[in-house]
Write a protein that binds this ligand. Structure first.
Ligand code: ADP
Ligand code: MG
Length: 291
């Protein structure tokens, strides 16, 4: 690969909305044979809508306001959706203190002197919350393919907020195009298997690994590499940064978190999953010209 050809390739990429941040990445992209997509915000629009609220004590408004207090300032699409829903309902949101993000699991903090957590069962359980009362709620929401988030106050589970997030319009076509290039496509998500399955089906992905924390995503990538694959990871979130850095090629979605961008060799200027395949095609063309 001559430097001149790579520079020309990078220039062509920029015109197409593909920013090559690391010129070697453009060369590496030609050899990719497996592409891993994060789900939320990458294959889906990442603008989850609140579709159900189930409160143990029947007070759904208080449940949502409590969650919003903790999520205010959250960078996560689910966190933003919680705050938006609470504001949309005109709820009074209390101030929260000692906010802590539990990467890939949720958020915790203090509201009016009580410890409050918002996230998955794993997070609540790790904080000593008695989760049995809300487990049927979570199961019911998951069975409807929704992304369910649990809320606790003190050691009590308070209820569940359920969200729906639609696939991005170009996601199915993006997956089809990668397949046509002979590339294996995998979905890696922190969400539940039940919530991931309908999205995977809609976009045409058959290999799905769910319940993956950022560290698990790393392990999954290392495993694919050990199987002999040259792996590209496409992600948007803070949670995806380690995986983007670990892959042979990191591709950051447009509009995602800054950390994701900094960990990737290629950045997409628009949040369009089809640009991931376009980047690989560009790379193959660029490398072919050189030889
Ligand atoms: P994905 O891998 O699909 O992008 P994430 O790893 O970002 O998903 O999130 C996975 C799960 O972690 C969510 O489904 C949710 O249960 C929990 N979670 C993470 N961050 C938050 C948050 N800020 N608020 C609520 N739940 C969260
Ligand atoms: Mg994501």
């Amino acid at each position: 690969a001559t430097p001149a050809a790579l520079v020309a390739g990078a220039g062509a990429g920029a015109k197409a909305g593909i920013l090559v941040r690391d010129i070697d990445a453009l060369e590496r992209a030609a050899k990719i044979d497996a592409v891993i997509f994060d789900k939320t915000g990458t294959l889906t629009a990442g603008r989850p809508a609140l579709v159900a609220t189930e409160a143990i004590d029947g007070d759904g408004s208080r449940l949502l306001a409590l969650a919003a207090a903790i999520e205010r300032g959250s960078e996560h699409p689910l966190g933003k959706a919680v705050v938006e829903a609470a504001e949309g309902q005109g709820l009074r949101i209390h101030e929260a203190f000692n906010i802590r993000a539990h990467s890939g699991d949720g958020v915790s903090g203090e509201v009016e002197g009580a410890k409050v957590a918002v996230g998955g069962l794993r997070l609540l359980a790790s904080l000593g919350v008695h989760t049995a009362p809300i487990e049927p709620m979570l199961a019911r929401q998951a069975a409807q393919a929704r992304t369910a988030v649990a809320v606790s106050e003190g050691r009590r589970a308070k209820g569940v907020l359920a969200f729906a997030d639609a696939p991005r319009p170009s996601a199915a076509q993006a997956v089809g195009r990668l397949r046509a290039l002979g590339i294996e496509v995998v979905m890696l998500t922190g969400d539940s298997a039940e919530a991931a399955a309908p999205i995977a089906r809609a976009v045409g992905i058959s290999r799905v690994e769910a319940g993956q924390r950022p560290a698990d995503k790393l392990v999954a990538i290392e495993r694919l590499k050990a199987e002999g694959s040259r792996v590209a990871m496409v992600g948007d979130g803070v949670n995806d940064a380690p995986a983007l850095a670990a892959a042979d090629l990191g591709i950051a979605m447009g509009g995602g978190a800054d950390v994701a961008l900094e960990s990737a060799g290629v950045a997409l200027l628009r949040p369009d999953p089809a640009l991931a395949g376009a980047a690989i095609e560009l790379s193959r063309r660029t490398v072919r010209t050189i030889r």
